[in-house]
Design a protein around this ligand. Structure first.
Ligand SMILES: [Zn+2]
Length: 217
């Protein structure tokens, strides 16, 4: 990964960046090393209209349906002096407990987009498990395209574009997911099918329950 402070290459095993001395510990000392509970969209700068916010939530839901381990979160707000957007993205991905519909998400599959509308800076921080899928060319093109929308203050469309771009990259690496809530009712229909055919060889309890149910239909 890249150092969120100076962008030089950073090893996960090193305690601090060899170039600038940035460390997760130092950032933790500054911002806190406790877990913070966050919504997927934190709009501290009030950039998003209600409709835009809802539209982004819908896209985030779709994203999580396609990539069940992953989530996409956004922070829009003015940053304190001495902190840049990449550093905040890094900290949020390390310390944020994001309120997603499925709680068993792991932050190393997360993506956090941080926008400071005052300094007009943007960072997209990728979790450890997925950052390898993005090369620097992809990231530069993503940041340019999203940055263009932000420059014309299209915050909602900027977030949507970022989710789209990240999805495109992940889609190329995702394995098909055989289990999803949408197919679960179908699966249970299939499991029940043989019993309608009059199968009675299960344990007595099951047979009693099921035959009563069958007769009532
Ligand atoms: Zn550094």
């Amino acid at each position: 990964m890249k150092c969120p402070h100076c962008e030089s290459k950073l090893s996960k095993t090193l305690p601090a960046c060899p170039q600038c001395g940035f460390s997760a510990e130092a950032l933790g000392a500054y911002l806190g090393d406790h877990w913070v509970r966050l919504e997927r969209i934190t709009d501290a700068a009030h950039c998003l209209r209600l409709e835009e916010s809802r539209q982004c939530e819908v896209m985030m839901d779709d994203y999580e349906r396609v990539f069940p381990q992953a989530f996409f979160a956004v922070y829009l707000g003015m940053l304190p002096t001495g902190l840049n957007v990449s550093e905040l993205g890094f900290w949020l991905l390390n310390q944020g407990a994001f309120n997603t519909p499925l709680i068993q998400k792991r932050n190393d599959f997360g993506v956090v987009m941080v926008v400071d509308p005052v300094s007009k800076n943007l960072a997209v921080t990728l979790g450890y498990a997925i950052e390898g899928y993005f090369d620097s060319k992809m990231l530069t093109s993503l940041l340019q395209a999203v940055g263009e929308k932000l420059r014309s203050q299209q915050y909602g469309p900027a977030i949507e574009l970022a989710i789209q771009r990240v999805s495109q990259v992940l889609r190329g690496h995702a394995r098909p997911n055989p289990w999803s809530p949408e197919v679960s009712h179908q699966a249970s229909t299939i499991a029940v099918e043989p019993l309608r055919g009059g199968h009675r060889m299960s344990t007595p309890n099951t047979v009693a329950g099921l035959s009563a149910g069958n007769r009532s239909r």
